[in-house]
Design a protein around this ligand. Structure first.
Ligand code: ADP
Ligand code: MG
Ligand code: MG
Length: 896
């Protein structure tokens, strides 16, 4: 979770006088780093993934599972390697490893091959590669190896009854006693949750303070409502307290604690003078007026909405509630949660809710994900990638869906995003009522930031963007351009949630602490990270982080999605792709991504024409192809007339698949399935090329094939990752969410009431453990890619270092970006054309939409398009992906 600082965090009310200080200095810090690095050029590609692992306790005799709260101790042990090398500067070691330094004294210095960091919950362990991967093709094959190493390292420090999983959501979180140790009761002073004891929160002061301050700023506990999956015996309302708990019954609430809070608050208002409390209280009428003003600006034609956040926007301290016999703690919390009036209900645990209700940050921030950070050559490239990747975030969220059950019930959604969003929504009741700010701090992005003139990003920024007026003015004064100033000032509409008592000692010339305070609590689908000037990662340049993907069960799956995203990022640069859609459509896509089975059922706004004008102009290839109609067409890739009608046999130049479109042309985008977005949309009937769209996976394959000198073993391994992603995209393989849901629905203990039974959870967790350890396969989820591909579970750091060094010593082509464009485009044009036209034949001729068949045909089109000869094709088809994988693995294993 980004920033972790030492020191003592200030309580929410103590922090109030300093909120503006942090904002002001955060902006100064950004300005300083911007001025120092705006022209920084030529950073090489470095990149890395982050995985949040879940620790579990398995009780085999009772056949039940608990979340293990031992992550802090486990992390301590895991960090021993890192501590060992910290005698040498980690930064120097990193530079050495990535070839940017000639420091020979580090020749024999050990490098930590993994890094471990605490995360929000005490069952979570965040693991990343020890040093970022570098810019070579072969680095891509290190990903899965490093993930296997991380798994092996955690396993070595676990107790015999403990297990680890890469699991997005534990289905029984918050159900009765769900963790080990049990914690000391719910309704603790931090989260005040009915379900989660504070003992689940990582002891680093940042996490508890975040939890408490979000609740206090909001004025009540967070409220998460997730649609319930309805089965034939699902009641219209489900009990609030019992939700799938193996222990059932009423939650044991410590009323004394609630009373304590009341007393604490009373004493707080007594301790502080009226003036103190008054200074943080904004008159409600003033606030309403101010927000109303900014909303009216939003509906006018001003693109920029200025919200003068000059005083902390809080409603004041949580109002003490009289806790007496009629109005006890449970009722108080229910009322705060807006669930029901306590007085109208009885108190024997029969409170119900029509959806799955959750009330704590841990329900959201306890969900685990897969993130990828990519270093850009310069600021401009980072901003361009930020925009393009943002568009892909909802698509990849749906494709990696892994959240089918929460708090003991099956959900009617498949992904985690909106749950986390609600779990950290610190907006006051008034702010939420007015929709200002319209979104939680955890949300999709609100504006694109690229400044590339040909991309016309501003055209797509079609929703009002609130900015902190002072921050915006200061940024513009300091020479930050409008797009970036707006982005940063938008982040700064939020309050800093955790301020440490040494906040005033920070040197703005070298530190980004205050900037990061705000940035790291704006949890968006993508994040733009400025170069760091101090700390262990001083060499880092401008970076873009992709944050929407859910976590998969096996290393193979997580590596496949990571590798796909890294390769796609290179394609975006190399082809100069334009994926822009309006922000409002992107937001619609995020909603669609939540739908159950969105991969197969959902339709997402996506561009039909994704190549930049530059790509179009730099390419002049004539190409003949045989169409679905049986005749031969000639197509030129030199567009003369972008925007003209669809191509035909006699007007080749008008049918260019590189057709460019950045203008807000209603024709520019359409609703596509994920299968179409990823695997392509063929040339339609009447062979109109305007309807053809090659698919992101096709482009990645074309890119790989165009890389000169890529060795066969690497190409095969990468090919298998892409084949796997293609199979998930086509629906041939189930998403994690769909597979888990099916597992629960088919479990003998299931009563068609949407409840996840403890037995089903135990068996599911067992199955996931077996899968992750490569002890079994699951064809519906993993096809024949697994478990054959499983990497040695006993990998050591030493093995990994050897592999990495070997790979870097050998010649390996680079993961090229923009510099590859001139070579790539001519090679790509005919390939793309072949692919879209051949898949047209597949569609017209075979006319089957069964996913399995569909994918198989795509497979053979691919071979045709890529000139794979008949013998090879027979081999591939016969042996299947598995055979290709075995071969790739065999060759790659020779590196070990
Ligand atoms: P955060 O949690 O703020 O996203 P972390 O430090 O936990 O940041 O993770 C950063 C990720 O970025 C890791 O995967 C790491 O390998 C990778 N990384 C580290 N340095 C660089 C760099 N210079 N360029 C790109 N990625 C990097
Ligand atoms: Mg991290
Ligand atoms: Mg991260």
């Amino acid at each position: 979770m980004g920033l972790l600082t030492t020191g003592r965090p200030l309580g929410w009310w103590d922090a109030q006088p300093h909120l503006d200080y942090v904002r002001e200095h955060g902006i100064e810090q950004f300005v300083n780093v911007f001025c120092a690095t705006r022209d920084r050029q030529g950073d090489v590609l470095k990149w890395g993934d982050e995985i949040e692992y879940t620790l579990l306790v398995l009780n085999e005799s009772e056949r039940c599972t608990y979340l293990s709260l031992r992550a802090p101790q486990v992390i301590q042990e895991l960090q021993s390697e890192e501590r060992l090398v910290s005698r040498n500067s980690l930064a120097d070691v990193q530079e050495h490893v990535t070839g940017e330094s000639e420091l020979s004294e580090f020749d024999s210095a050990p490098v930590p091959e993994t890094l471990w960091r605490p995360e929000y919950a005490n069952w979570m362990v965040e693991g990343t590669p020890g040093v970022p991967y570098s810019c070579y093709m072969r680095d891509l094959v290190l990903v899965e190896q490093n993930m296997a190493l991380r798994r092996a390292q955690i396993r070595r420090v676990l107790r015999p009854n403990e297990r680890l999983l890469s699991l997005t959501a534990y289905p029984l979180l918050g159900c009765g006693r769900f963790c080990e140790p049990a914690g000391d009761g719910v309704c603790g002073p931090l989260a005040r949750s009915l379900y989660l004891p504070d003992a689940v929160i990582n002891p680093h002061p940042r996490f508890g303070t975040l939890t408490r301050n979000i609740r206090l700023r909001r004025g009540e506990p967070v409220a998460i409502h997730v649609p319930l999956y309805r089965d034939k015996s699902t009641p219209s309302e489900i009990p609030l307290w019992e939700g799938g708990s193996r222990h059932g019954g009423v939650v044991d609430i410590d009323l004394h604690q609630i009373v304590d809070e009341k007393l604490a608050k009373t004493s707080l208002s007594q301790d502080n003078t009226d003036q103190d409390v008054g200074s943080v209280r904004i008159d409600e009428a003033v606030q309403r007026q101010r927000l109303a003003w900014s909303l009216s600006q939003a509906s006018g034609d001003t693109e920029l909405v200025l919200v003068p956040i000059e005083a902390p926007s809080v409603d004041g301290p949580e109002r003490p509630v009289a806790l007496d016999a009629q109005h006890d703690g449970l009722g108080y919390l229910c009322e705060k949660a807006g669930l029901a009036s306590w007085n109208e209900r009885n108190r024997d645990g029969r409170h119900t809710s029509p959806d799955i209700y959750m009330d704590a940050m841990g329900f959201g921030m306890g969900l685990c994900c897969l993130q990828i950070t990519l270093q850009a050559a310069n600021m401009d490239e980072g901003r361009y990638l930020y925009d393009q990747l943002a568009v892909l975030a909802p698509v990849m969220l749906a494709l990696t869906a892994a959240t089918p059950a929460l708090r003991g019930f099956l959900t009617d959604t498949d992904v985690r995003w909106s749950i986390i969003s609600a779990s950290v929504d610190d907006r006051t009741a008034l702010e939420r009522a007015l929709g200002c700010p319209p979104k939680s701090r955890y949300s999709s992005i609100d504006c694109f930031i690229s400044n590339r003139p040909e991309m016309k990003a501003a055209l797509y920024n079609d929703i009002p963007v609130l900015v902190d007026a002072r921050a915006y003015r200061r940024l513009r004064e300091a020479g930050v351009d409008e797009h970036l100033a707006r982005h940063v000032a938008h982040l700064f509409i939020r309050d800093p949630l955790v301020i440490f008592d040494d906040f005033a000692t920070v040197d703005d010339r070298v530190s980004l602490t205050h900037f990061e305070n705000i940035q790291s609590t704006n949890w968006n689908t993508v994040r733009f990270k400025p170069p760091s000037q101090t700390g262990p990662n001083t060499s880092a340049g401008w970076r873009t982080e992709f944050r929407s993907m859910e976590l998969q069960i096996t290393d193979f799956e997580n590596a496949a999605f990571t590798v796909f995203m890294v390769l796609l990022s290179r394609c975006i640069l190399a082809f100069g792709m334009n994926l822009y859609i309006p922000i409002s459509k992107h937001d619609e896509n995020l909603v669609t991504a939540h739908q159950r089975d969105a991969v197969r059922q959902g339709k997402f706004w996506f561009r039909k024409h994704i190549f930049s004008r530059e790509a179009e102009l730099s390419c002049s290839v004539r190409c003949h192809y045989r169409c679905a109609c049986g005749s031969e067409h000639c197509v030129s890739f030199q567009s003369l007339n972008a925007g003209s009608p669809a191509g035909s046999q006699s007007s080749p130049s008008q049918s260019c698949p590189f057709r460019f479109c950045t203008d807000p042309d209603p024709e520019a985008m359409e609703l596509m399935t994920i299968d179409e977005i990823m695997n392509g949309k063929p040339c339609c009937e009447k062979h109109a090329f305007r309807k053809a769209y090659p698919g992101l996976l096709t482009l990645v394959r074309v890119y790989l094939d165009a890389i000169p000198g890529l060795d066969r073993a690497t190409r095969m391994r990468l090919g298998a990752y892409l084949d796997f992603v293609a199979a998930r995209s086509s629906g041939r393989l189930l998403t994690c969410a769909a597979w888990m849901r099916e597992f629960i629905l088919k479990h003998p203990s299931y009563r068609h009431d949407s409840k996840v039974t403890p037995e089903a959870c135990y068996d599911l967790i067992q199955r996931c453990i077996e899968l992750s350890e490569g002890r079994c396969g699951e064809p519906a989820l993993l096809g024949d890619f697994w478990p054959e591909h499983h990497i040695d579970g006993e990998l050591t750091s030493h093995d990994f270092s050897k592999l990495r060094n070997q790979i870097h010593e050998e010649d390996s082509p680079q993961l090229r970006g923009e510099s590859f464009r001139e070579e790539l485009l001519p090679a790509a044009a005919s390939r793309i054309l072949e692919t879209v036209s051949i898949s047209a034949r597949t569609h017209a001729g075979v006319a089957e939409h069964h996913h399995d068949q569909h994918a198989r045909h795509r497979g053979c089109d691919y071979h045709q398009a890529h000139g794979v000869d008949e013998r090879q094709r027979r081999h591939h088809r016969g042996a299947g992906a598995l055979g290709r994988f075995q071969e790739a693995r065999h060759q790659a294993d020779q590196h070990l």
